[in-house]
Design a binder for this molecule. Structure first.
Ligand SMILES: [Zn+2]
Length: 480
């Protein structure tokens, strides 16, 4: 039997593959002069094709330059659809919004009944998910309490996880103080040894990381990562106190440091700031208990400032800010005499506050307190959202035709639910509340321990739910 070699190279160096042909069967052999290994390369990055005609093997793959199936002649289709609809971020888009009005749920009974288990990377872990910007690849970051983090990518073609890296220092912190952020051809994440940028080498199907803060040894990250105008930013604490590390994603330069205005007033009680939120006009905020850090990006350079809360007020960094109809951000704070209030935050400072009835979850432009929804957290015109049910509402993501939420039972106080030290399991159900009225049950019979226990994300036209306390995840394919 004769084996043919097919080499694909082009001048732009975008393709460099060698495939072997054994009669009608094609096998990828080499990628950029490295032997192809399904365990370390994600074949999805190569835009391979397959045949979906009846009678043909869907797990036979062909180079992207093939138009027709060598065995049946049908047109070949890309394994990864060119328009993958994806979204994965526990804290919403970079601007904190979990309202994706460009997308719609497909709520037919057929699609809802197609629920199946989605296998997680082997050996278990404590995962958080991310979808890369360019390649729309699903990334799982394992933050289980061990010295190193593990980074996996999911291959749609192989239906399997590929372990890329297990040498990134971990960062053990409360769940609200950690977030990764996707940028051009890579993503940023905080570690206990400082900020880390993971760049994606598409050609080789590999991830490379840059942990370079040579000048700032003994530093640790203290808040979530964000990417704004192709600049990755992560607050860090070094011998000089709180500073901000930033990295221009499109360059090979290492992380740089910005010093902070009002540095003398910085106080990070409990050691952490929250996840990052952007206001859409080049300002970024990290909330702490004693104050907040703001950054304004001007002419591709970040400028950072610390703002102290007024005496007697404490910020609640576990809660993301609420965004009003003018895109102004408001942060939940607590004061012994007044109770809870929202304080208007900006890069210039704090101007206004409004008292509210308790802690609110927000998804950007809506907020939720117990079983009520508010268009504005301080408005009296709230709706009784679940008057007849004993639910506490944890909103997840809203599409054009309905809100995905978890109905949590047997919980009276939001403070008890957000306390990561309490491990009580509440029984819970997953619903979509349709805009035209009525709930569609997506899943029941599971339990939840805190808001950070559940991650919902959209990937490859499907809805995914991950439950950390059970280390399980499910997918509803074709729900978008
Ligand atoms: Zn075929």
């Amino acid at each position: 039997m004769q084996i043919f070699n097919w080499s694909y190279k082009d001048d732009t160096a975008k393709n460099n593959e060698v495939w072997h042909q054994n009669e009608g069967k094609f096998t990828l052999f080499e990628v950029f002069d490295h032997a192809y290994d399904a365990k370390t390369h994600n074949i999805d990055f190569l835009h391979i094709k397959r045949c979906q005609a009846e009678g043909c093997n869907i797990s036979d793959f062909y180079p992207q330059f093939f138009d027709y199936c060598p065995s049946c002649g049908a047109g070949l289709l890309p394994v990864v659809p060119p328009s993958v609809q994806s979204w994965a971020s526990p804290y919403g888009n970079p601007n904190g919004s979990r309202n994706l009005s460009a997308l719609k749920w497909n709520l037919t009974t057929d699609e809802l009944n197609k629920e199946k288990a989605f296998p997680l990377p082997k050996e278990g872990g404590n995962f958080t998910f991310l979808v890369t910007e360019g390649t729309k690849t699903l990334i799982a970051i394992d933050r289980a309490p061990r010295p190193e983090m593990r980074i996996f990518s999911y291959s749609i073609a192989m239906e399997s996880w590929i372990l890329h890296n297990e040498s990134i220092p971990n960062f053990i912190c409360p769940p609200w103080a950690w977030s990764a952020a996707s940028g051009p051809d890579g993503f940023a994440l905080p570690t206990k040894e400082g900020p880390c940028w993971i760049s994606l080498s598409k050609s080789e199907g590999r991830f490379l990381h840059d942990l370079s803060i040579e000048k700032y040894k003994n530093c640790r990250s203290v808040g979530g990562a964000t990417v704004c105008r192709d600049i990755a930013l992560i607050p860090i604490e070094s011998e000089e106190g709180l500073t901000l590390a930033w990295h221009a994603c499109n360059t090979n330069t290492s992380w740089r440091i910005v010093s902070i205005v009002n540095k003398e007033a910085v106080e990070i009680k409990n050691g952490f700031l929250g996840a990052a939120i952007q206001d859409g006009v080049n300002n970024i905020f990290w909330i702490g208990e004693r104050g907040y850090l703001s950054v304004h990006i001007e002419k591709e350079i970040p400028h950072a400032k610390w703002h102290r809360w007024k005496e007697g007020y404490e910020g609640c960094p576990q809660f993301m800010p609420y965004r009003d109809r003018h895109s102004v951000l408001w942060q939940l704070c607590f004061n012994k005499e007044e109770g809870y209030c929202f304080k208007q935050i900006s890069h210039e400072g704090i101007y206004d506050r409004k008292i509210v009835d308790g802690p609110h979850f927000t998804i950007g432009n809506k907020s939720f307190c117990d079983d009520k929804i508010y268009e504005e957290p301080w408005s009296d015109e709230s709706q009784d959202y679940y008057p007849e049910k004993e639910y506490f509402v944890q909103p997840l993501v809203e599409l054009a035709n309905g809100l995905l939420y978890i109905g949590v039972r047997n919980v009276n106080k939001i403070l008890e639910y957000i306390d990561p030290k309490k491990t009580f399991k509440y029984s819970a159900e997953l619903f979509i509340r349709k805009n035209e009225g009525g709930d569609v049950k997506v899943k029941d019979g599971f339990s939840i321990t805190s808001p950070w226990d559940a991650e919902a994300f959209l990937f490859n036209e499907g809805l995914y739910l991950y439950l950390g306390n059970q280390n399980k995840s499910w997918v509803w394919p074709n729900i978008l």
